[in-house]
Design a binder for this molecule. Sequence first.
Ligand SMILES: Nc1ncnc2c1ncn2[C@@H]1O[C@H](COP(=O)(O)OP(=O)(O)OP(=O)(O)O)[C@@H](O)[C@H]1O
Ligand SMILES: [Mg+2]
Length: 246
Amino acid sequence: MKPIEVEHLTVAAGDRMLLSIPHAAFDEGAVYGIVGPSGAGKSTFLRVLNFLEKPQSGSLFFSGHRVDLTSLSHSGGLHLQRQMAFVAQKPVMFQTTVFENVALGLSYRGVPRSEKARLVMEALRLVGLEAAEGRKAASLSGGEAQRIALARALVLQPKLLLLDEPTSNLDPPNVLIIEQIITRIRRESPMTILMVTHHLQQARRLSDRCLFLYQGRIVEQNDTQAFFESPQSEALQDFISGKMIY
Ligand SMILES: Nc1ncnc2c1ncn2[C@@H]1O[C@H](COP(=O)(O)OP(=O)(O)OP(=O)(O)O)[C@@H](O)[C@H]1O
Ligand SMILES: [Mg+2]
């Protein structure tokens, strides 16, 4: 069995099917690029995995436990949720300092103060923002806020990191910083990363495998090189060549 598996996942809004994924599996320590047109269900998929949205059906095998995603008891879900971190498409900052924004998850987990300070500063260094620790989060630029959101996720040292367009709205130097962090995690850490991105070249640079989500389904998945060099489905061929209109 793969370390992370999703089965019989369906999400619907009214009579509209938003996601239908019979089975998906993810290896430990690998980076997965998730691409697909706008509205394909990419964010919904990450939200469901992070227990932020309840599907109509579906189970998740993660960290040695199988859970029913439709009826998570609070404690069961919390236990698994604490081993994941999610960076949303639009980062949310709390009305406090940068330090406290990054420390938040550690505080919930009861990490002692001195250990917390060490971990927060390490995470801030990783995203190149250690000098901003005392600043009000509200004063950050969009790019800085996105890096702080990533630091807030990394500080938790999750087994599974869910990134929803982590570099959208960033300028090239900030994109590079985030890509370097992901590359380093890929090389050095057993963390599994699922990264949604609209930048195909970014998926190609950073991912071990790629998935193409289209109309709520995983239409194709493969090792990154084969995914881009020899797409099998017409939909992925059209998407990669820029012919797909959505
Ligand atoms: N609560 C909801 N009720 C109704 N429709 C929804 C709901 N949440 C999402 N949708 C719809 O589900 C579809 C998938 O949305 P989702 O945000 O997952 O797409 P996405 O692939 O992340 O798109 P993008 O690339 O634009 O971020 C969209 O058509 C969206 O409008
Ligand atoms: Mg999205």
